[in-house]
Design a protein. Structure first.
Length: 201
């Protein structure tokens, strides 16, 4: 089966494997930065764990509280999390996503905001598609394709239409099956991935 018959674009600036919150957020950021993005998601709908969560966007109130609770975490990532958290809440509001009032004591030490997480996921998909990218469900990455120097150049994917390879990728992001990673790691990891992605475009 050819790539055309399978319905996948021949190339993408960015291929994201896994359309959970992390993958979709990075895909939307890359799309806004001008990249043509393809997201492959093995489930019937995008969203991963976030799609079945209550959508409490929570964080530590300050760096000291975070370190007291997570002493072995990477301090730089922790600091980035604490510093970026308030503006991330405002950014979600700015997208027109419903955000509740701040609540205390989330996960015992945290503060948090209830957000319409399904609207946020839909927003991210729309950003990718508006920029000409694709979010393709029921399509699982089977293996990465390497060149003779060992560099990742593509991925073999299987969907309802059969199996094919997507090559000519500028950047590949793996964001598949990170759950049950603790929620406090998701946001800094997402930040790191977005920064990494933007720097290496
Ligand atoms: C019930 C529940 C409630 C939660 N509540 C909250 C909360 O209120 N607040 C909070 O901050 N966190 C919460 N969490 C945690 C949070 O939802 C997750 O940490 C976060 O959504 C993880 O996102 P992710 O994109 O990193 O991974 P995932 O959501 O795991 O996304 C990975 C995606 O990759 C796909 N995939 C896997 N393998 C392949 C493959 N080979 N090819 C293509 N696709 C593939 C999967 O189908 C999945 O959609 C909750 C989690 C659960 C399960």
């Amino acid at each position: 089966m050819t790539i055309e018959e399978f319905g996948l674009p021949k190339r993408a600036d960015v291929l994201v494997i896994g359309g959970g919150m992390g993958g979709l957020a990075a895909a939307a950021a890359a799309s806004e930065a001008g990249a043509q993005v393809v997201v492959v998601e093995k489930a019937t709908h995008p969203g991963g764990s976030a799609a079945i969560s209550v959508g409490m966007f929570w964080g530590p109130p300050d760096f000291e509280s975070l370190r007291a609770r997570v002493p072995l975490g990477d301090p730089a990532l922790g600091r980035a999390f604490v510093e970026a958290y308030p503006s991330a809440v405002e950014q979600i509001r700015g997208m027109g996503i419903a955000v509740g009032k701040q609540v205390q004591g989330v996960m015992t030490i945290g503060i948090g905001y209830s957000i319409d997480v399904r609207a946020l996921l839909s927003h991210e998909v729309a950003v990718v598609e508006k920029a000409g990218g694709r979010v393709i469900c029921e399509t699982a990455a089977r293996r990465l394709l390497l060149d003779d120097k060992g560099a990742v150049v593509g991925a073999e994917v299987r969907g309802q239409g059969g199996q094919t390879a997507l090559t000519s990728i500028g950047f590949l992001m793996l964001s598949a099956d990170t759950c049950p990673r603790a929620a406090f790691l998701s946001f800094p990891t997402f930040l790191f991935l977005v920064c990494f992605l933007l720097v290496h475009r």
